[in-house]
Design a protein around this ligand. Sequence first.
Ligand code: HEM
Length: 470
Amino acid sequence: MTASRKTPGTSPTQHPDASASAARPRRPGPPALPFIGHAWPLMRSPLRFVSALASYGDVVPVRLGPLPVQAVTHPDLVHQVLVTQARHFVRGRLFEKAGQIGGEQGLVVTSGTTHLEDRRALQPHFRREHITGFAEGIRQATEEVTAHWKPGQTVHVDRTATEIALSSLVRSLLGDRPSKELAGVFHQHLPTLSQGLMTRAVLPEWCARLPLPANRTFQRAIGTTRAAVEDAITACRRPGTDETGLLGMLTAQRDDNGRPWTDTKIRDHVLHLALAGVETTGATLAWTFHELGRNPDIADRLRDEVDHTLDGAPATPENITALPYTGRVITETLRRYAMWLAMRRTTVPVTLGEHALPAGTEVVYSAYALHHDPRWFPHPYRFDPDRWLPETARALPKGAYIPFGSGVHKCIGDSLALMEITIALATVCRHWHLTPLPGRPVREVARADVHPDHLPMTATPRRPRRKEEP
Ligand code: HEM
């Protein structure tokens, strides 16, 4: 199945440029302004800013407002931060901000023993044998969201994709009792929370305290979203309620003394899953439709594969295992539109290559920048699923392709996300052609993930071909 396929391109063969600090001239970091540091270019064109940092060296000093951070740009060193030296790092400022939104006990903010224990408790519920139970809900969510499309209609694929991701997550959380209220609250407020999170990480602390409408909207969004999740927990704890969803699993969880997890802890975990899992999956799905729309040859190959393999049947966890080309399209989308900023902080003095970082140093890495480094990905802005063919994929250094991160904090929802995207994609492609609207260029916007600023496309119905048809 696509969901469980091995990350391609990470063969152990050493890439010629793979060792960090390989005789490249080091330049001073990019020029910073007083007080706000690099906040201005980071707010104006963040993707260009982070992608340019590798030209200054493997570890580059940057200032997020008043906060000095070290940007790690070489895959080898990123791998050290995330995997081999991970025990010397905790979450950094960005993730602490996530704590202000989703609470302090969710996986996205915790580190060390607390993180490890909770991760061990949650991990089994994200394994293949468990998540396949969510597949039918994902397919239904996709059918429902696209059911009202009319031939020739302009559909806003960015919103549709987020709705599919949202509705799928709510179904996975609540099992057979999907709640329209919770979905509605997530739908209304998650984009505000996600955008606010990045703004708060980049701007000085005092900006968040100004009595501005944006700050008030943000605070309201936190309050309403927390209350909606608390209501869902109360409903789930009622005797006789179905416990097939992730929320049922969380309410059944016990600590070492046999006591049930508190409502606050469960609420934090749910909010963190929603914050980490909806916009990311929605954006990846939207970008996939965008790339298929502007690459008709790739779209034809993908549709042929889906038609031939599914042969008129709906997408299931079993039949999507035989969609290798679709898998490569998704792998390439995840490369092209990866998360643009993540953080860590050193807890002890750490040496990265030839750089000595004292304890307490904030460190950032950008999967987006790594995935657009031409040393590892020639013509990085070209969308080319065949770069992932086993015979053409170049040997990549560890840490060069990390759409889901790596190490102890690697995305817990990676398999779920891949299954979800594959099922949603196959379900839509069976019945619809989506073509871009001429003269409406689509821009990449850096929120917590990289989103299309808008994605209007024309929906034209199609009939899936069966195997026996020519
Ligand atoms: C295409 C979709 C997704 C992408 C690209 C993505 C990406 C990532 C990345 C890069 C990280 C690690 C960040 C770091 O280094 O600190 C991460 C962590 C995480 N993701 Fe995802 N994610 C996706 C979908 C999901 C889904 C569907 C869920 C859950 C329903 C989820 C839940 C989480 C959680 C809880 C963490 C924190 C894990 C930990 O620290 O133990 N993600 N994700």
